[in-house]
Design a protein around this ligand. Structure first.
Ligand code: ADP
Ligand code: ASP
Ligand code: MG
Length: 423
């Protein structure tokens, strides 16, 4: 191993589906990667499936089997990234650079066995280290891993972000660059709010909330990894050379202004389930949510209230991802039977809108301002949840975009935001 090579910075570059959606974009990405290498970097590339390939594969499966098993879904969906990684390596080779493509069985990425939302448990980077030491650009299929039985798993939608950050951690990369179809992280989804402003620097905790609350520009698990191992992320466009947004650790003495609200997010893939007239005795919530947890269904907001109909009874309302709604309702049926009481109502017509910012910690009245602005827009709030740095409301899905625009305007995010007292 040459001493020279070891000192060259190691960059993990991740390209999302839209960045490699067609052969021209693929070639453009190949040239960017080659430039990076020729600037003196060692490059590990993570690539997503081309364009809408993953959605198309899911649609195809539904035409064959209305309820396809998750294990086979993983094998099917991982094919998208297998194709794009091979093609991207070919595009690099066509420009005269050395590259090699890899998919899950070659990558040393070990996951648990929770098909379609597996978690990475270990990465053996030996093979990739060897490839880059030999001067190859390693092009890795994102989104996938292998479980203990050597079955292919996938990491959940948007999971190539997580592959990239996890590889950056395992290979001790100097930086992880995430190339996408926007210039960086904005104060709201720029497709919904045209006045949204690019954020130069945002903290891991804020980005983690935003990603978990529906800003799909980064997958939340990837931010968890980046925060845990303090890997700064640079999110930028694959279509231009503009500086993007840095996702970084929060400084003790802030180098930048801390706006009260950093950004607004909406998650339209939400469903609300209400278990009505449950017996008001210990252990009911444990049984209800225990059953869902056993089926790997994540529950988000939970609100419990005494029943309006009968004393000694409770209502528990909560939200799940809309893709989990059917399974959740099925799973709850035997639980209610066991509790000998209660019934279920549900709605798939909900969305969660949220405001996020570390400046909220030191500022009162933020939630009230949010509620007031939703009320002024005629938006009914069905559920509320708060944490130190976010406020979320469940509202009707049809009002989600309008609510985001109203909140973005109310907190003046389109221009220089006000600074929190004490920041
Ligand atoms: P990729 O295919 O590169 O992984 P994604 O489609 O997953 O890209 O994420 C990029 C998209 O995220 C953007 O096109 C944008 O519409 C959306 N998005 C949502 N919220 C934000 C935000 N706050 N800032 C930037 N983009 C956002
Ligand atoms: N192709 C996968 C998806 O569409 C993973 C990714 O794009 O990050 O979710
Ligand atoms: Mg994505």
């Amino acid at each position: 191993m040459s001493g020279d090579r070891e000192h060259r910075p190691l960059v993990v570059m991740k390209f999302g589906g839209s960045s490699v959606a067609n052969p021209d974009r693929m070639k453009n990405v190949a040239r960017r990667i080659i430039d990076k290498k020729r600037e003196g970097n060692r490059c590990v590339v993570v690539v997503s499936a081309m364009g809408d390939t993953t959605d198309d594969l899911i649609d195809l499966s539904k035409k064959i089997n209305a309820d396809p098993p998750d294990r086979e879904m993983d094998l099917l969906m991982s094919a998208g990234e297998q194709i794009s990684s091979a093609l991207l390596a070919m595009a690099i080779q066509a420009e005269g650079e050395k590259a090699a493509a890899f998919f899950a069985p070659q990558l040393g990425i070990r996951t648990d066995s929770v098909h379609t939302k597996a978690r990475i448990v270990e990465i053996d980077g030996t093979r990739l280290q060897k490839e880059i030491t030999n001067g190859n650009i390693a092009v890795c299929a994102g989104f996938q891993g292998l479980d203990a039985s050597n079955d292919i798993t996938t990491l959940g939608r948007g999971g190539s972000d997580t592959t990239a950050v996890a590889l950056a951690v395992a290979l001790k990369a100097d930086v992880c660059e995430v190339y996408t179809d926007v210039d960086g992280i904005y104060t709201a989804d720029p497709r919904v709010v045209p006045e949204a402003r690019k954020i130069e620097r945002i903290y891991f905790d804020e980005m983690l909330e935003l990603a978990s609350l529906g800003a799909k520009v980064m997958m939340n698990r990837s931010i968890e990894f980046a925060k845990k191992y303090n890997i700064p992320l640079h999110v930028r466009s694959s279509l231009n050379g503009n500086a993007g947004s840095w996702i970084i650790e929060e400084e003790e003495t802030p180098m930048m202004e801390r706006p009260i609200v950093r950004a607004v997010a909406a998650d339209k893939d939400q469903a609300r389930i209400t278990a009505i007239d449950l017996p008001d005795v210990p252990g009911v919530a444990a049984k209800l949510f225990g059953g869902l947890a056993e089926s790997n269904i994540n529950v988000d907001m939970i609100v419990q209230s005494s029943s309006e109909h009968e004393i000694g009874k409770n209502d528990i309302a909560f939200t799940v991802a809309s893709t989990d709604l059917k399974r959740a309702v099925e799973r709850l049926k035997p639980v209610l039977k066991d509790l000998s009481g209660g019934s279920i109502v549900f709605s798939d017509d909900v969305a969660k809108v949220s405001i996020v910012g570390v400046g909220m910690r030191s500022h009162a009245g933020v939630a009230a301002k949010m509620f007031k602005s939703l009320a002024a827009a005629g938006v009914n709030i069905e559920m509320i949840s708060t944490s130190e740095i976010k406020v979320s409301c469940i509202i009707s899905r049809s009002k989600a975009d309008e609510a985001v625009r109203r909140l973005h305007a109310a907190f003046e995010l389109g221009r220089q935001a006000p600074v929190a007292a004490g920041a």
